[in-house]
Structure formats: C-alpha cells, structure tokens
Design a protein around this ligand. Structure first.
Ligand code: APR
Length: 236
C-alpha cells in the first residue's frame, strides 16, 4: 500500500533544459560542446589550463544569457508544484543553468554548482558572476589574480549540500527524476535511497535509463512534466 504524499523530492538533469536550447551532455560522444570532459570539467584540467576553462564557462554563460534561452513549461510546472502542493517540495538540480529559479522555484539546491557564480579558491567565498572571467581577474576578497574559479562541481569533487539532500531523500514520500541519464553519481543513486526508505519513485524522461523506478513516463519534458504536475495537484 502506498502512503499519502506529504513530501516530494524532484531531481532534474540536462533533459529538462534541452527544450530551452541548452545542449545535454551525453549526446555527443563524451564531448561537451566539442571539449573533452577531462579538459573542462575536472580540477586537473583547470590546473593545466585555467584560461581554456574560463573561456569555456564564459561561453556557457553567454549562451545562458541569450534572450532565446528561457524557462520552458517543465520548469514552470515544477515552480507551480512548489507553490500549490500542500506539503513540502524540494527541487534538486544537477543543472548549472538558472532556469529553475527564473521559472519561480525557490526551494532549490544546485548540487553541481551554478554557472552565474564564481568562487575564490582561497577563501571559498562565492560571488555573482555576470562578467567574463579570466585568470587575471582579482577576487573581491583577497585581491589576488588566479584565485577565482567557476562555482561548478567538477568530476572528482563533492556535490553541494549532500547532507540536506540525503535527509530529504530518506523522508520523502515521492521521488521524481526528470531529464537525467542516471550516469553520474551520487545523483544516479538518489532514487534508490528514496525507494529503500519507502518512497514511490517515478522517472520522467525522453527514454528509458535502466534504473528500477516504480513508474516510467516517457516523452519530452515540456509536455509530460506539466501533465504529471496537473494530475498530482488534482489528487492532492
Ligand atoms: N525531455 C526529457 N528528457 C530529455 C529531453 C527532453 N526534451 N532531452 C533529453 N532528455 C534526456 C536524455 O534522454 C537523457 O537521458 O535527458 C537525459 C540527459 O542526460 P545527460 O546529458 O547525461 O545529463 P545529466 O543526467 O543531467 O548529466 C548529469 O553529468 O556531465 C555531468 O555535471 C554534469 O550535471 C551533469 C551530470
């Protein structure tokens, strides 16, 4: 017997932003926008060539700021779920874009960091970053060049706010996974943590991802997510 739904955790991945014009990661032979992941998404890559890494994230930031890139109906539906569901909704995203917050989501964790922020490697202070970053930028705290890095969790680094996420997964009644391939840990294991603590688990994705969810709904996020949220709110 399924228990009443009082608390929901939603995990999103690149698939939810695909229809807003942001490329997913694993569609192109392990390359991310024509770069190897080792070069642009690891601390070692940054140590080897910080200018290349800054240039790469400057381009991603410019792409996000293009007026054609806007939240789509799936982002809007999740913001509506948070506003209208008579219980707790936590949104955990692997995406570094800001489309969830632009759609109105507030109870949101960016577990892989945020494109529109930078961090000082020395003090760990985080700053808004709308500017082009380069190795020569001085950070506002130490006033030294070379200390600023994109506020992005790279491969081999610990995702953010894991304690809070773990607690929410272990106490939620419903876990939704939207637009993620389930290739990257620890996010790929979230459905398992939720399920082993008694939550219902549902995957909404373009295609099957080999994870053992209780329910799978296939299709484009911009149509299946609003429809699913509508049903959830009607039965709440
Ligand atoms: N609607 C729903 N799902 C979609 C859509 C769409 N319009 N378009 C693509 N998808 C699905 C794909 O079928 C795929 O299963 O979204 C998933 C995207 O998978 P990935 O590109 O692997 O992205 P993600 O799972 O978010 O990657 C996780 O890996 O590179 C790192 O840190 C990076 O956060 C990222 C993490």
């Amino acid at each position: 017997m399924t228990r009443p739904i009082k608390s929901i955790v939603v995990l999103t991945g690149a698939g939810i932003s695909a229809e807003s014009g942001i490329n997913t990661f694993r569609a192109s032979d392990g390359l991310w926008e024509n770069h190897s992941i080792d070069d642009v998404a690891t601390p070692e890559g940054f140590a080897r060539n910080p200018q290349l890494v800054h240039h790469f994230y400057n381009r991603r930031r410019q792409q996000l700021l293009n007026p054609s890139v806007q939240p789509n109906p799936a982002h809007m539906a999740l913001a509506r779920l948070e506003r209208e569901f008579p219980g707790n909704v936590l949104l955990v995203t692997q995406n570094v874009d800001n489309l969830h917050e632009r759609a109105g989501s507030q109870n949101l964790i960016h577990m892989h960091g945020e494109l529109m922020k930078m961090r000082c490697e020395c003090t760990q202070l985080i700053f808004a970053s709308s500017i082009e970053l380069s190795f020569d930028n001085l950070c506002r705290c130490c006033q030294e060049p070379g200390n600023l890095r994109p506020h992005i969790v790279w491969f081999g680094e610990m995702p953010l706010q894991m304690h809070e996420i773990t607690q929410a997964l272990e106490s939620c009644d419903l876990f939704l996974s939207i637009g993620t391939s389930g290739n990257v840990y620890p996010a790929a294991n979230f459905y398992h943590s939720a399920k082993s603590h008694g939550a219902q688990t549902v995957e909404l994705n373009l295609e099957h991802t080999h994870s053992d969810f209780d329910e799978h709904i296939y299709g484009a996020a911009s149509s299946i997510v609003p429809a699913y949220v509508e049903g959830l709110l009607r039965s709440a």
